[in-house]
Design a protein around this ligand. Structure first.
Ligand SMILES: [Fe+2]
Ligand SMILES: [Fe+2]
Length: 314
């Protein structure tokens, strides 16, 4: 643990000028130094100075005050003085640190439990604000860390599933599944995950094991449902039947996994990684429709189109 008893709070998830309901600490020379007392207001100018420094993207909050922070984020989401864009930033920024924790937390059960209210918050936001999805998507795809990728895949998947007419319960379940789809990468070595350039055959074989590893991890925890497990285990199957690990085809593949197969590729194609040039959304979807046709559920691919098209109109 980087800072036992404390969790990370990204600065951009906090609203300057609004009183906090929890103490904020900075970690300096391995010590937690109180930066702002609960009830005090964050100064916008001071934050700007802070973000230019090394440790500047986040504060630390005592674990005992986690509920207060969650309540604070929820209050911002339902407040009337923030616009949709500002709410999108708060939701995304507060979730990134949570997803980061999920990938580092040895207690996957806890991580699964933590993820549910967050996904609910996304679903409520998306269904309550017609422009929310557009803003959330426009904040996606700026860098390619596993946790940003997982969050972005969840956002795209929620948009796509909503366009397909999924129920709210399904949306919530699928959002969790999408967030955990690559959890098995915990068991793939960092050298492989971060390698700049193409993988060797041996490395590739390791990488392709991540759906199995993911299932193994999730099987140990009662908080993961069959749908969440299927999303993780089947997200590299492909519609024609030549994916992995089971070579399932068409409707045999769980619908959530068919969605994640699409949004996962879309995110990979449109995000800057160390060795590739990101494609534009239009180029990525065109390539998936033409060159990669047959890999994906055609109805769902159409839905991705409609989500991205709606975005352009917004
Ligand atoms: Fe994957
Ligand atoms: Fe992925």
């Amino acid at each position: 643990m980087e800072n036992p008893g404390h969790f990370k709070v990204r600065i951009n998830s906090l609203i300057p000028g609004k009183p906090t309901t929890f103490n904020l600490y900075l970690k300096l020379n391995n010590q937690n130094v109180l930066y702002l007392r609960a009830g005090d207001r964050l100064d916008g100018e001071k934050i700007k100075v802070l973000t230019t420094k090394d440790s500047g993207s986040h504060f630390w909050v005592n674990e005992a005050e986690r509920k207060m922070y969650k309540g604070y984020v929820h209050d911002q989401m339902v407040s009337t003085d923030l616009n949709v864009r500002e709410k999108s930033v708060v939701l995304r920024e507060s979730t990134i640190s949570l997803v980061e924790e999920m990938f580092e937390n040895p207690d996957v059960n806890q991580a699964l439990e933590n993820s549910r209210p967050v996904i609910k918050e996304f679903v409520n936001f998306m269904q309550g604000e017609p422009e929310a999805m557009g803003h959330l998507i426009s904040l996606s795809g700026h860098d390619f860390y596993t946790f940003n990728h997982s969050l972005d895949v969840s956002v795209y998947s929620l948009g796509l599933a909503e366009a397909m007419g999924f129920t709210k319960t399904d949306l919530e379940e699928m959002g969790v599944g999408a967030l955990f789809h690559d959890i098995g990468k915990r068991h793939v070595s960092l050298d492989i995950l971060c390698k700049k350039g193409p993988l060797s055959d041996v490395e590739w074989a390791q990488m392709q094991k991540h759906p199995q590893y993911g299932l193994m991890i999730l099987n140990e925890y009662p908080n993961s449902s069959d749908a969440v497990k299927a999303t993780c285990f089947e997200h590299h199957e492909n519609f024609l039947g030549n994916g992995y690990p089971q070579q399932l085809q068409g409707q045999e593949i769980h619908p959530f996994a068919r969605i994640v197969a699409i949004t996962d590729t879309y995110d990979a194609l449109t995000t800057q990684r160390s060795y590739n040039v990101p494609m534009t959304p239009t180029d990525a979807v065109t390539m998936m429709k033409d060159k990669l046709a047959g890999k994906y559920d055609p109805e769902m691919l159409k839905a991705l189109y409609s989500v991205l098209f709606k975005l352009k109109a917004a």
